[in-house]
Design a protein around this ligand. Structure first.
Ligand SMILES: NC(=O)c1ccc[n+]([C@@H]2O[C@H](COP(=O)([O-])OP(=O)(O)OC[C@H]3O[C@@H](n4cnc5c(N)ncnc54)[C@H](O)[C@@H]3O)[C@@H](O)[C@H]2O)c1
Length: 408
């Protein structure tokens, strides 16, 4: 099915970015929100994204105006009655999304595909609010959508294979890299990123062997585009905690949020948007009376105890690798797609190829041994995924052996 026109519901941060990506590919897009003024504000946000390109000399003002002809605001949902695909990007709330999908189901033609940009909610549950669950699918863009190549495609239990094929072709026409992910909490990227970020916080909380800045610098020297604390501050600590809680509810103790993350959120240190998080972005006067990171860390340590271990980047990295292997075991995605998604969705260093290629480079026997050591010293969250032992026993020990997650 060819997509001639797209509707975007929810003209906030992601809605505007998605509308920009769609219009940039030459497809007309209509934005809708609760009120027309908000939809129009979304159109202006699209213009601002294009303007930044013009300012960098990557586009002419004439090209900007041409693209903007494709972007319109709808006074209400009814305006989306002639689109082939709707991408919903309203706030992350299941009841709200179900209501929006129920309404879209009434307004849109029977052939229209209804996609959700949800980060973590169940596509099956959203689809169940419509009479066309076969045409409901997850289409998860990453922030900023104009720069991040990855799009996760998540079929719900009732999604038709044709719908999946249609949105894959559409994502490719946007010059994105679509990766099909079996529905599970956190989908693929957030499910692997969250334990990595959480472990970085636990490293800081446990031993204090390295500072926020030192850990960030070390992960950047490994090749990550941003250190874990810079990334957490940019994402918003409240958002990161909410994701961690969703994962904890689904997967149990190995995903328990770090108490220090909870303490920072409780103290209002939510990251860049609040002026302070793991870093301080405002002067002491501007911030007013706040709890410092050091104070909160000491408070948490009094409750959890302090362990003294040297800082090692293996802790956060192997937390991610172990979850990648678990995801592979569960058939959530192929080894190739897991690596592709982590490079495209998080900037995992390209030269390391993604967490599974990285494990092959380290040696699967080495990964297993290190996870065992962490399990003994740090707890069962590091319980090695069973597939690792199977691979070691069978001689699939990675790049040096010529076979591991991939063949060499
Ligand atoms: N922000 C991110 O980094 C990011 C990344 C990937 C996915 N997501 C997901 O994208 C979705 C949107 O997130 P966001 O950060 O853009 O949120 P946002 O708060 O910036 O925007 C949400 C928009 O939805 C509108 N809205 C609320 N109820 C509505 C309704 N009933 N009808 C129409 N519009 C309505 C709001 O007015 C607002 O403009 C969420 O599901 C989120 O999980 C966010």
């Amino acid at each position: 099915m060819y997509i001639y026109k797209v509707g975007v519901v929810g003209a906030g941060t992601m809605g505007a970015q998605i509308a920009e990506v769609v219009s940039y590919a030459g497809v007309p897009v209509m934005l809708a929100d609760i009120q027309e003024t908000l939809a129009k504000r979304g159109v202006e946000s699209v213009r601002a994204i294009y303007q930044a390109r013009v300012d960098k000399g990557k586009m002419t003002p004439e090209q900007l105006e041409e693209k903007m002809l494709l972007v319109t605001a709808s006074p209400n949902l009814d305006g989306l009655n002639d689109v082939d695909l709707v991408i919903e990007a309203v706030s992350e709330d299941l009841t709200l999304k179900q209501r929006v999908f129920h309404d879209l189901d009434q307004v849109c033609a029977r052939s229209t595909i209804l996609a959700s940009n949800t980060s973590a909610l169940s596509i099956s549950a959203i689809g169940a609010a419509t009479k066309r669950p076969g045409k409901v699918v997850g289409l998860h863009f990453f922030n900023p959508a104009y720069a991040m190549p990855l799009v996760e495609v998540i079929p719900g239990l009732a999604t038709d294979p044709q719908t999946v094929d249609d949105v894959i072709s559409f994502a490719e026409s946007l010059r994105k890299t679509p990766v099909v992910v079996k529905e599970c909490a956190g989908f693929l990227v957030n499910r692997l990123l969250s334990p990595y970020l959480n472990e970085a916080v636990l490293c800081l909380q446990d031993d204090g062997a390295a500072s926020v800045k030192e850990i960030d610098q070390d992960m950047v020297s490994f090749g990550m585009p941003l250190g874990p604390f810079t990334l957490l501050d940019a994402l918003g600590l409240d958002i990161a905690l909410e994701v961690a809680r969703i994962l904890h509810r689904s997967y149990g103790p190995r995903m328990a949020p770090a108490p220090l993350l909870e303490a920072l959120v409780k103290a209002g240190r939510l990251g860049i948007k609040a002026g302070h998080g793991f870093y301080d972005y405002l002067s002491a006067e501007e911030r007013g009376r706040d709890h410092s990171l050091e104070y909160l860390t000491q408070q948490v340590r009094q409750l959890t105890g302090q362990q003294s271990m040297r800082w090692t980047r293996s802790r956060p990295l192997l937390a991610m690798v172990n979850e990648a292997v678990t995801v592979l075991q569960e058939d959530v995605a192929s080894a190739r797609d897991i690596d592709l998604a982590m490079v495209g969705g998080t900037g995992f260093p390209n030269d390391k190829g993604g967490p599974l290629h990285f494990a092959d480079q380290l040696g699967i026997d080495h990964v297993l041994q290190e996870l065992e050591e962490f399990r003994q010293s740090l707890g069962v969250r590091f319980w090695p995924a069973p597939m690792l032992r199977r691979m070691v026993d069978a001689g699939f020990t990675g790049q040096i052996a010529g076979r591991g997650f991939f063949s060499y």
